[in-house]
Write a protein that binds this ligand. Structure first.
Ligand SMILES: NC(=O)c1ccc[n+]([C@@H]2O[C@H](COP(=O)([O-])OP(=O)(O)OC[C@H]3O[C@@H](n4cnc5c(N)ncnc54)[C@H](OP(=O)(O)O)[C@@H]3O)[C@@H](O)[C@H]2O)c1
Length: 372
């Protein structure tokens, strides 16, 4: 199977290396790079059109950074009748229904295992479970950078020290805004909802987010005094079968979450991920592993390509859900000790409104949301 690789950074290079080290019948025959960077390897080109018109290429493996032009290239590749495998949640999350509809019309697969949970088979297991089980909620430590910062601050480092260490080790990007601000988790919550619930929020319903920027050692001590710890998480809940409802009801969120120090999540250290979902027959299921890194992410992309080679079928496009804030609720604890109760939307709004005055806020979900 001939593939074209778009992007030759940490993930793209790793994908090329892995397929060179361990032949599995997948050949990287073209590599898209920016103009001026195509020298030295006859497979490299800066011309996307030449890749899309090359009939020998069955799969486009997209490992570029940023939303555009990656999203446009993914759409064009699907329209050209090529399967697409991507690690780029920022490119697909805003337009997943459209991209999956195009894929279905053209009879090709858009696979995005590597976009959430890294090498953990998270999307694959959600899809597999959702064929029969009704999944109604998920929660996950799905951002390795955020978890690394929290883990190191638990050991006494300041936010700045922990971030500098994470950057030196390659666990955080030079610009950590997407990770620390929760935007990476927002995109992961959307692709997770598509796989788990078969629905995504409408474009006019942004996922409410509380970032990690204000996390302090003082707050970690406050939490510890209550027998709690913090983990940076994405979570969601769906009510699919309400009588007379036109669309499933959905609420997604991203926040630092206050959890018991004895919970499974509290034991997740360094840049690891742990994600859980709840099926009505299977009950709770949790998945742990490396959530990022060039080789683990490329490994997840290769798994998608092997599925395509074995005849994976196009996924059903998700429907647009009706927002229902009441599905996610609990309390918020500010660093100054103030507690507020309400829906997660209300608590996230309070964090924005009062954060300067009251400091860091962590969300403590109602026990029904995360119970095992
Ligand atoms: N790294 C991880 O652990 C990880 C984990 C899961 C998912 N992902 C996702 O995987 C994707 C790649 O991540 P990465 O860590 O490999 O990022 P990266 O090291 O920054 O590499 C991104 C690559 O995309 C290329 N690129 C950007 N715009 C381009 C354009 N217009 N034409 C051609 N090439 C272009 C860049 O080229 P230049 O070198 O010229 O800038 C670079 O080679 C991202 O979407 C990321 O969110 C990464």
């Amino acid at each position: 199977m001939n593939i074209a690789l778009l992007g030759y950074g940490t993930v793209g290079r790793s994908l090329d290396e892995l397929l060179g080290e361990r032949p599995v019948g997948i050949v990287v025959s073209r590599i898209l790079r920016r103009s001026g960077k195509t020298q030295g390897d006859p497979r490299m080109t800066d011309d996307i059109a030449s890749i899309l018109s090359d009939e020998s290429i069955e799969v486009v493996a997209e490992a570029m950074s940023g939303e555009e032009p990656a999203a446009a290239y993914i759409e064009s590749a699907l329209l050209a009748g090529k399967h697409v495998v991507t690690a780029n949640k920022a490119a697909i999350a805003p337009m997943l229904p459209k991209l999956l509809s195009i894929a279905r019309e053209r009879g090709v697969v858009l696979a995005f295992e590597a976009s959430a949970g890294g090498v953990i088979p998270w999307i694959a297991n959600l899809r597999r479970a959702a064929r029969f089980d009704r999944i109604d909620r998920f929660c996950g430590i799905l951002n390795g950078t955020g978890n690394y910062l929290i883990d190191r601050m638990t050991c006494g480092l300041s936010f700045g020290e922990a971030l500098a260490e994470a950057q030196a080790l390659g666990f955080a990007e030079a610009d950590p805004t997407a990770d620390v601000g929760g935007f990476d988790l927002v995109n992961k919550s959307i692709v997770t909802a598509a796989a788990a619930f078969g629905c995504v929020p409408g474009v006019e319903t942004p996922v409410p987010v509380v970032g990690l920027e204000k996390l302090s050692v003082d707050f970690m001590h406050l939490a510890a005094r209550e027998g709690k710890t913090v983990r940076f998480m994405a979570f969601g809940r769906c009510a699919a079968n309400r009588p007379n409802a036109q669309a499933p009801a959905l609420a997604l969120g991203v926040a630092p979450v206050l959890l018991s120090s004895t919970s499974l999540e509290a034991g997740v250290g360094r840049n690891y991920n742990l994600a859980s979902f709840y099926g009505d027959v299977a009950g709770p299921m949790s998945f742990f592993g490396q959530g990022a890194g060039g080789r683990p992410t490329a490994d997840a992309m290769i798994a998608d390509m092997l599925d395509i080679a074995r005849g994976a079928v196009p996924a059903t496009p998700p429907v647009t859900a009706a927002p229902d804030d009441s599905l996610l609720f609990g309390t918020g604890l500010f660093e100054d000790g103030t507690r507020i109760a309400g829906t997660f939307v209300e608590i996230a709004a309070a964090a924005r409104r009062e954060g300067e005055r009251r400091g860091f806020l962590a969300f403590e979900p109602d026990a029904s949301l995360f119970s095992r």
